[in-house]
Design a protein around this ligand. Structure first.
Ligand code: ZN
Length: 475
C-alpha cells in the first residue's frame, strides 16, 4: 500500500520519509519472516508428508522457497535495499523530468552494488544474473534466456524490415491521426472502464488510477489496483495501457482468494503474468474486430474521432515502425527493446559496463538494433522504471510473456474454434473462462514451464510467437 501510494498520490516533499517508512516495514517483515520459530514451523509441517501438488504441499513448498531466499539476506541489507530503491525511484522521476542522467546515476550505482550483494547471498551456479532472475522467473537460467533473445533478435530484425517494406506499399503506412482532436481525460476514463468491465475485470474488487508508469498491484484477495497514464491528444495510449494492466488484473482476480499470500493462491512467475497482459492487450485488443465492436461507443464518447473508422483505428494501433519507447513499441519490434536492456543490465551487473557509460552504450546499441538515433536520455536509458527500483533481471520476463501469450492463444483457439468470432462480437467470457481454468486457478501448483506444458500440450518456445507475428503482420 505504501508503494502503491508512492506511485499514485504521494506529495513530492513526502518522499524522503516514505523511503524510511518502507525501509522500516521491510526490515520488520524480514525479521519476523526469518525468525527461528518459522523454520521450526516449516520443519514440523513438512514432516506431515503432504503430497507435493496438494494445496498444503504447494503452500509449503512456496513458503520454504521464500524462506530460504529471505533467510540468506540480512535485515540490514533488506532495509537498505528498500530505502535506496525508494530514493532511487524518486531520483529517477526527477532525472527523467529534467532529462539529466547525473541525478539518477549515484542511486543506480548503489542499487547495482546492493543487487550484487543480494545475488552473492543467494548464490548461483552459472552467473550472478541467475540469482536475480530466479526472483522473477523461478527456474529460468541466464544462458537459456540469452540464447532465446539472440535467436529472436535475428528473426525479429528481419521481420521488421519485411513488414516495413510491406506497409510502405499499402495503406498501413498511413495510420489515423488528427492533430486538432482532443480527447478529455474524463471521457477516456469512462471508455477504459467500460472496456475493462467487458473483458471481465471486477470493479467491486479493483480500481484504476493514474501514475507516471502504468502498473498492476494486488493489496489483498479482493483488491487489485491498476494504473494508466493519459494523453489528451490520443485516447488509445491510456486505453492500451489499461488493456495490458487488465490482463494482469484478471489473473490476480482469478487466483484462489482463500489462499491469498500462499503458493496455491499466488501467480507462478512474472513471465506467466506478462502472458496474460500481452494476450488481452494484443491478441484481443490490437485487432480490427476489437474496433468494429467498440467503434460506435468510442464515437459517442469522442466526437474528435469522427474522422476515423474502425479500420483506421485498427491501422493506428497496428502500425509497425521502430520507436524509442518500449511501452509504446509495436509487437514486431518489442522484443528488440528487451534484447537491449538484457544485454546492458547484465554488463552493468558484471561491472563490464560502468554506470557513467550507460547513456552512451544505450544510444550506440539502440542505433544498431533500431536504426534510430536517441535524442536524449529521457527517451533513452531513463525511460523505464525498473532499474530505478533495483529491478535487475526483470526485463526478460516480458519476452517470456510474449512467447507464452502466443502459445496460449494458439492453444485456446485450437480447443475452442468459435473463440475468435466471439471476441470480434465482444464476447470475452469464453477466453476468460479458458484462462481461469488453465492458468489462473492453478496458482503456483506447477512450475511456469509445467503449467504452460499442461495448458498448451507442448514445451514453450519462440515458434508460436514468430508464427503469430508473421500471420498478423505479413499474412
Ligand atoms: Zn505487464
Amino acid at each position: 500500500l505504501l508503494s502503491w501510494d508512492q506511485e499514485t498520490n504521494l506529495p513530492e516533499a513526502a518522499g524522503e520519509y516514505r523511503a524510511e517508512q518502507l525501509a522500516q516495514l521491510s526490515g520488520w517483515a524480514h525479521r519476523r519472516g526469518t525468525a527461528d520459530e518459522v523454520r521450526g514451523w516449516l520443519e514440523e509441517a513438512e514432516a506431515a508428508g503432504f503430497s507435493p501438488h496438494s494445496v498444503e504441499g504447494v503452500n509449503l513448498r512456496e513458503a520454504r522457497r521464500v524462506f530460504e531466499r529471505e533467510v540468506r539476506l540480512s535485515s540490514r541489507l533488506v532495509e537498505e535495499f528498500a530505502r535506496v530503491s525508494s530514493q532511487g525511484h524518486q531520483a529517477w522521476v526527477r532525472a527523467r523530468q529534467q532529462n539529466d542522467f547525473s541525478i539518477f546515476a549515484p542511486f543506480l550505482g548503489r542499487l547495482l552494488e546492493l543487487s550484487r550483494e543480494k545475488a552473492d547471498c543467494w548464490g548461483y551456479e552459472g552467473e550472478r544474473y541467475d540469482a536475480l532472475l530466479e526472483g522473477y522467473e523461478p527456474g529460468a537460467r541466464t544462458a537459456e534466456v540469452a540464447k532465446l533473445l539472440a535467436d529472436l533478435a535475428g528473426e525479429q530484425s528481419a521481420l521488421l524490415k519485411e513488414v516495413a517494406t510491406k506497409s510502405r506499399e499499402t495503406e498501413l503506412a498511413r495510420p489515423w491521426s488528427d492533430p486538432e482532436a482532443c480527447f478529455p481525460q474524463a471521457a477516456q476514463e469512462v471508455f477504459n472502464h467500460e472496456v475493462a468491465a467487458a473483458f471481465g475485470f471486477d470493479f467491486s474488487a479493483g480500481r484504476i488510477d493514474a501514475s507516471a508508469h502504468p502498473f498492476c498491484t494486488t493489496l489483498g484477495p479482493r483488491d487489485v489496483r491498476l494504473t494508466t497514464r493519459y494523453d489528451e491528444r490520443d485516447f488509445t495510449n491510456s486505453l492500451y495501457s489499461v488493456l495490458h494492466e487488465v490482463g494482469h488484473g484478471l489473473y490476480e482476480q482469478g487466483l484462489m482468494g482463500e489462499y491469498f499470500g500462499l503458493g496455491a493462491g499466488q501467480a507462478v512467475s512474472l513471465g506467466v503474468h506478462e502472458s496474460q497482459s500481452r494476450l488481452w492487450e494484443n491478441k484481443v485488443g490490437r485487432t480490427v474486430g476489437f474496433w468494429e465492436h467498440w467503434w460506435p461507443r468510442a464515437l459517442e464518447l469522442f466526437p474528435g474521432a469522427a474522422g476515423a473508422s474502425p479500420e483506421k483505428l485498427a491501422r493506428h494501433v497496428l502500425r509497425v515502425r521502430p520507436s524509442l519507447i518500449r511501452v509504446e513499441a509495436d509487437e514486431v519490434s518489442y522484443d528488440l527493446h528487451i534484447v537491449l536492456r538484457f544485454e546492458l543490465e547484465r554488463a552493468l551487473l558484471d561491472g563490464v559496463l560502468a554506470v557513467e557509460d550507460l547513456p552512451a552504450a544505450w544510444n550506440r546499441r539502440f542505433e544498431e538494433l533500431f536504426g534510430l538515433r536517441v535524442p536524449d536520455d529521457a527517451s533513452g536509458c531513463l525511460q523505464d522504471i525498473h532499474w530505478s527500483m533495483g529491478g535487475f533481471g526483470y526485463f526478460p520476463t516480458y519476452t517470456l510473456g510474449n512467447l507464452y501469450s502466443a502459445e496460449l492463444f494458439a492453444a485456446a483457439r485450437l480447443e475452442r474454434p468459435e473463440l475468435e468470432d466471439g471476441l470480434a462480437k465482444g464476447n470475452y467470457a469464453q477466453l476468460l473462462s479458458w484462462l481461469r481454468g488453465k492458468i489462473h486457478r492453478p496458482g503456483s501448483t506447477w512450475t511456469a514451464s509445467e503449467l504452460m506444458r499442461r495448458a498448451t500440450g507442448r514445451v514453450p518456445s519462440a515458434s508460436a510467437h514468430l508464427e503469430y507475428l508473421r500471420g498478423k503482420y505479413l499474412g
